[in-house]
Write a new protein. Structure first.
Length: 416
């Protein structure tokens, strides 16, 4: 019996070594899979989006031009195929207007909507480079969301939101409820509502069918923070906002007065945010890292799971998801300005197949998540410059505040 035990021990050790070797090989294969495609632009880049049907990426640059780069993920190569002269000053946002059936003209040649610091928004034909439509903005454009092949919304530096239809010369719908720049948009599940985050520390919800004050469905209470990014998860029931100080704020749909939860773990501001599943998001932070975060996951709860991409010391400007939802692009300050990553690592984090990485969770000991909106104990980051393209969120009408009261409160927090 003793000799059998002696023989069994080495066999068990061999099996353990073999399993460890298999895990190491799997991690090495994952590392190869997750190596990014690095794409260099000719100028500093603010925004990027994938073409809806072709391996093309549009990059909005500081000169006002939008560069179209064709890429090959299997070969890890890219080339600049066209530069569209969309604006005379920096182009801060670019989105493809997509719609129609696969055989329609719109589907074959989607147009590109852009917003600029020059206080103009425009629509450009990406094949001919011809500017098809343009309109004057009340202030410099900061963010843009495409609604369909004809309509899009622009948020400006002064807190204005304007809905445009390219079949008309002027804005079809306008909102002026925010007192600081609009940082990000997300469309509700019903496709009739639009969520907007602002530098004034609010999350606003608008009815796209109504204009002016009648269109404001809800506005959250003012937060002592800036919301820089936004998306909607859990089948339209949760709104997640990235903040200047780092914690993610979670609002429940239909109850926007105050946040319902926080997810801590980002040491610096969360400047970009995209949904990759109903219980998982990617966040881009000013520390140059892209993190995987679970939101109300049955297995993982609310948690920062780990780092799936890294731009080094340069902050993340923007994140964008591919139409096939198999990879994503991150935009940063240095060159190569854009990197395209596989979503393989992120999905393994959400499946619980990858252990938490060291340093991925930065939440302080003894500082649990809270349902209370008071965030005075959160670490404060440097104030973000309004000229930079950012996304933010936060506010509701049900609090009973009048428009004048909200403006006065905004001035008070702005002074702080």
């Amino acid at each position: 019996a003793c000799s059998a035990l002696v023989l069994a021990a080495p066999a068990h050790a061999r099996a353990h070594r073999q399993a460890r070797t298999r895990r190491a090989r799997a991690m090495a294969a994952s590392a190869i899979e997750d190596e990014p495609l690095s794409l260099s632009t000719t100028q500093h880049t603010f925004d990027a989006q994938f073409h809806p049907r072709e391996p093309l990426l549009a990059a909005a640059t500081i000169t006002g031009a939008v560069e179209l780069h064709r890429f090959d993920l299997s070969e890890k190569t890219s080339e600049l195929v066209r530069s569209l002269e969309c604006h005379k000053e920096s182009c801060r946002a670019a989105r493809f207007l997509v719609g129609g059936s696969s055989g329609s003209k719109e589907a074959a040649a989607p147009r590109l909507a852009t917003a600029s610091a020059s206080c103009f928004t425009a629509v450009t034909d990406i094949e001919s480079g011809k500017k098809l439509w343009k309109a004057k903005l009340r202030a410099a454009g900061n963010t843009l969301i495409a609604l369909d092949e004809q309509r899009f919304a622009v948020g400006d530096d002064d807190g204005g939101v304007a809905l445009y239809d390219v079949r008309q010369k002027k804005a079809a719908v306008c909102y002026e409820e925010n007192s600081d720049f609009i940082s990000d948009f997300a469309r509700g599940k019903d496709e009739r509502t639009l969520c907007a985050t602002s530098g004034d520390g609010t999350l606003a919800v608008y009815d796209l069918r109504k204009s002016g004050t009648k269109g404001l469905v809800a506005m959250s209470d003012f937060q002592d923070d800036e919301y820089l990014s936004l998306d909607i998860v859990r089948n339209g029931t949760k709104v997640v906002c990235g903040s200047q100080t780092g914690p993610l704020a979670i609002f429940s749909w239909g109850d926007f007065g105050d946040l319902k939860d926080r997810v801590r773990g980002h040491p610096m501001s969360v400047d970009a945010l995209i949904k990759i599943s109903e219980d998982g998001i990617l966040t881009g932070s000013s520390d140059g890292k892209v993190r995987v975060v679970s939101i109300y996951s049955k297995e993982l709860g609310n948690a920062v799971l780990g780092i799936c991409a890294d731009h080094g010391e340069y902050p993340i400007e923007q994140l964008t998801l591919s139409p096939c939802q198999e990879f994503f692009a991150s935009v940063s300050h240095e060159q190569p300005a854009v990197r395209i990553w596989s979503l393989g690592m992120a999905r393994r984090f959400l499946a619980g197949e990858v252990p938490g990485q060291a340093g991925a969770k930065e939440q302080d000991e003894g500082e649990p998540d809270s349902d209370d909106s008071d965030d005075s104990d959160a670490p404060k980051g440097k104030k973000k410059q309004p000229k930079k393209k950012r996304k933010k969120g936060g506010a509701i009408v049900g609090s009973g505040k009048t428009h004048a009261q909200r403006q006065a409160a905004s001035s008070f927090f702005g002074g702080l």
